[in-house]
Design a protein around this ligand. Structure first.
Ligand code: PBG
Ligand code: ZN
Length: 357
C-alpha cells in the first residue's frame, strides 16, 4: 500500500517531528581532536592547510587541551613534530621526545581528558617512511621492533591509548605483546585497521608534520583504495591480534567501508576525517561555494549514520562549540526551531586568492 495512505512528508513537516524521528544524533562525546606538539615555548602557530588547528609548544598545548576538555570533547589524538629527524626515528621513542614530554604535561595538567598517541615513525625519519628501510623497501619485522619501542615509550609517558598508524603486518600483536610484558594490560589499542594509501593526507604530511618522502610512496603498506574485501581482512586480523577499537581512514570517500566494517564486526569503530577532507571544505567555504558549518555537520552526521562510533576530526572544537550553542539556544531562552542547518555560521575570513600555476 502506497500513496495516498503513506505520505512520508508527514513526519518532516516541522522540526519537532524531524527531531522525534531523527535516526542519527551527533554528540560532542563522539569527537576526538587531533593536536600537534612542537618543541619550544609560547608557540601557537596556525597550520595554514588546517585553519583552526595549530602547532603548539607544550605550554600552549596544555591550554588548548583545557579548551578541548571544557567543550566536552573526551579525547585528543596527539602528534609530535620533532626538531630533528634521523634514519631510524630515534626521536620517536626517546623518553624526552616531543610526544613523550607532551603526554606527561597533558596527563599532569589536564588529567581528565584522554590522551591517545599516534604510533608511527614517519614524522621522525629523514626519509619520511613509516619504519626501517632496507634496499628501498619498508622492512616489516624490523619496523615492528621500532614500533614496539615507540609504543612502550608512549605508555611509560602515561598515554591513555595508543593508535598504530603504520599498516605493518602484525603491528597490533607486537604492540599488545610489549604492553602486556611491561604491565600495561589495561592500555587499549585503537588500530588504524583499514588505512588507505590516500592523497588526502597531503595537507597533514606537508604542513601538519613537515614530512617529505625522499623516495617512493606508501602503497607497499597502506591499502589500495580500490579494495574493500581486503579492508575486512585487515580489520579481522587487527581484532584477532587484540585491537580494542578499529578504524577506517580516510572517511568521507570510504563510507561503504565504514558501513561494511560496522555490519561485519560489532566493534567500536572510529573514522578519521583526514586533513584533505577538512581542507576541501575549508577551501570551498573560503571561495563562498559551500557553507562551512552546514557542510561540516552534514559530513560528521553522515559518518555516524554510516556506522562510525568515534570521529577523529580537525572540526572537533568548532563542531563542539556550535553544538553547545545550539543546545543552549534550544533549552535556554529561545524556544522554537533550532536545527543544525539554522546554526548561524561564524564569519568567513577574507578570501585569499589561490594562485594557480
Ligand atoms: C602517520 C599518520 C598520517 C596521518 C595520520 N597518521 C600520515 C600518513 O600516514 O601518511 C594522516 C592524517 C591526516 O591526513 O589528517 N603518522
Ligand atoms: Zn607513518
Amino acid at each position: 500500500m502506497g500513496f495516498p495512505v503513506h505520505r512520508l512528508r508527514r513526519l518532516r513537516q516541522n522540526n519537532n517531528f524531524r527531531e522525534l524521528v531523527r535516526e542519527t544524533n551527533l554528540s560532542v562525546k563522539d569527537f576526538i581532536q587531533p593536536l600537534f606538539a612542537v618543541p619550544g615555548s609560547g608557540i601557537r602557530k596556525e597550520i595554514s592547510a588546517l585553519p583552526g588547528n595549530y602547532h603548539l609548544s607544550i605550554d600552549c598545548l596544555v591550554e588548548e587541551a583545557r579548551q578541548v576538555r571544557d567543550l566536552g570533547i573526551p579525547a585528543v589524538l596527539l602528534f609530535g613534530v620533532p626538531e630533528t629527524k634521523d634514519e631510524c626515528a630515534s626521536g620517536a621513542y626517546s623518553p624526552d621526545g616531543i610526544v613523550q614530554q607532551a603526554v606527561r604535561a597533558l596527563k599532569s595538567m589536564v588529567p581528565d581528558i584522554l590522551v591517545i598517541t599516534d604510533v608511527c615513525s614517519c614524522e621522525y625519519t629523514t626519509h619520511g617512511h613509516c619504519g626501517i628501510i632496507e634496499n628501498g623497501y619498508l622492512a616489516n619485522d624490523r619496523s615492528l621492533e621500532l614500533l614496539a619501542k615507540i609504543t612502550l615509550s608512549h605508555a611509560e609517558a602515561g598515554a591513555d591509548m595508543v593508535a598504530p598508524a603504520a599498516m605493518l603486518d602484525g603491528e597490533i600483536r607486537a604492540m599488545r605483546q610489549i604492553l602486556d610484558a611491561h604491565g600495561f594490560h589495561n592500555l587499549p589499542i585503537m588500530g588504524y585497521s583499514a588505512k588507505y594509501a590516500s592523497k588526502l593526507y597531503d595537507p597533514f604530511f606537508k604542513e601538519g608534520t613537515h614530512s617529505t618522502l625522499s623516495f617512493g610512496d606508501k602503497r607497499t603498506h597502506q591499502m589500495d583504495y580500490s579494495n574493500s574485501d581486503e579492508a575486512m581482512r585487515e580489520i579481522a586480523l587487527d581484532i584477532e591480534e587484540g585491537a580494542d577499537i578499529i578504524m577506517v581512514k580516510p572517511a568521507l570517500f570510504y563510507l561503504d567501508v565504514v558501513y561494511r566494517a560496522k555490519k561485519e564486526f560489532q566493534m567500536p569503530l572510529a573514522v578519521y576525517n583526514v586533513s584533505g577532507e577538512y581542507a576541501m571544505i575549508d577551501a570551498a567555504a573560503k571561495m563562498g561555494r559551500l557553507n562551512r558549518d552546514a557542510i561540516m555537520f552534514e559530513a560528521l552526521t553522515c559518518l555516524k549514520r554510516a556506522g562510525a562510533d568515534l570521529i577523529i576530526t580537525y572540526f572537533a572544537k568548532r563542531a563542539a562549540k556550535l553544538l553547545s550553542e545550539q543546545h543552549a539556544e534550544a533549552f535556554g531562552k529561545v524556544p522554537g526551531e533550532t536545527t543544525i542547518s539554522q546554526v548561524v555560521p561564524l564569519p568567513e575570513p577574507p578570501v585569499k586568492k589561490i594562485k594557480t600555476p
